[in-house]
Ligand binder design. Sequence first.
Ligand SMILES: Cc1cc2nc3c(=O)[nH]c(=O)nc-3n(C[C@H](O)[C@H](O)[C@H](O)COP(=O)(O)OP(=O)(O)OC[C@H]3O[C@@H](n4cnc5c(N)ncnc54)[C@H](O)[C@@H]3O)c2cc1C
Length: 423
Amino acid sequence: MAGSEQPVIIIGGGIIGLASAWALHRRAIPCIVLDQEPIHDGASLGNAGLIVYGHPPLTRPGVSVQGLKWMFDSKSPLYIKPRFDGDLARWLLTFHRHCNKPHFEACLAVLAHLGWETARGFDEMRSDASIDCDWRPRGWLDVCLESSSLDESEREIEHLSPFGYTAERLDGDALRGTDPAFGDEVAGAVRFDQSATMDPLAFMRSLRRWLEREGVEIREGPRRGGVERLLTENERVTGVELASGEVIETERVVLAAGSWSGPLAATVGLNVPLQPARGYHRELTGLPAMPRMGGVLRETFIAFTPMFDRLRLAGTLEIAGHGRPWTRSRLENLTRAAQPYLRDLDEATITAEWAGYRPCTPDGMPMIGEVPWAKGLVVATGHAMMGMTLGPVTGRLVAEILCDGRPSIESPMLDPARFGRVD
Ligand SMILES: Cc1cc2nc3c(=O)[nH]c(=O)nc-3n(C[C@H](O)[C@H](O)[C@H](O)COP(=O)(O)OP(=O)(O)OC[C@H]3O[C@@H](n4cnc5c(N)ncnc54)[C@H](O)[C@@H]3O)c2cc1C
């Protein structure tokens, strides 16, 4: 397919859209990125910035049952707003069916492989675009208050070690010896080695600037960049129609519209059953002791990430649809729940608050591939909690499909048509 005159149209200027533009540009394929919003506030800029290679999927054994228990607790880390909604009911049922050990292990085998490839992609991307994003390549910490949690975390190493990933258990004193930011109540941490942390806002801004300098056009706003539907003829994509009525003709489209991808996919009959899972962040400055590494406060599921002079606390998975008002108690809970882990949090100043949506599939796996009945249309979405991490490898697979006809990593678990068609 390479060599065609028409640029590839990429729908969505989050990490998946920009990484696809990066990978296509590396192959000298012209592309245009369309986004219905100004690109400065999406999930790809507000996330926790943990680049966790070999990240496990959301569909873990026992999670769906735990989720039901948390359903009515507005302070819980996973919250599903009870409501009558057929799509949500189907999503929850499918999710529940996938929360088992064999599926978890099958997912991990694919994700561990993608992890090594995305690590390589980050090196290439950071070097191509000279990205300055406070990249800290020393791994991430799973910090525990309870020694039973520490044992549990240590057992998780067993899932990843067959794929070459390593980790080390540190007791509380050893942890505080290397990083005095952690409080006396902390029992210890497991350090997972092959990972990094960064400031995703700085990363995305640098990548965008570089793409534009290289000649990639980025069109933003509802009229210039908002896509209303995908156009096909004789089982081939032929273009996109914008909200303004403008039609852009092309033979190649990448659908990377994050948690909004479902309705667009439905315009070509593809079922992309995503639930938007809202998460929050709060940023603090002026912390007397800033942690040197980022990670997760295990018992709370809150991520903490040093980003230049700020500490970002991020968390909560709230399945309540798009666009509802923020739940303030969840933001308050980020700092309150982090207090036993991190010293002197109350001396810091809150400088930013944010909420955004993870695109979650009901089987925990992203969708990356060409739609069999719409040749030239590549779907790249559903990355849930690992979109930042899997950005570079997803971009590369998109470019391989469009340029070489097939991706270098293939799995039915990534197939965008695995949930079938919609009328
Ligand atoms: C609180 C929180 C913490 C997280 N922490 C991490 C982490 O530590 N590590 C990690 O790897 N991942 C993390 N994630 C997940 C990660 O942020 C997402 O998986 C990732 O950002 C998804 O990227 P995306 O490009 O698919 O979607 P988005 O970033 O949502 O981008 C999609 C874009 O498409 C645009 N769009 C939608 N509809 C249309 C349309 N019709 N026409 C044109 N444009 C359209 C939207 O405006 C949007 O800009 C976190 C997420 C949250 C919310």
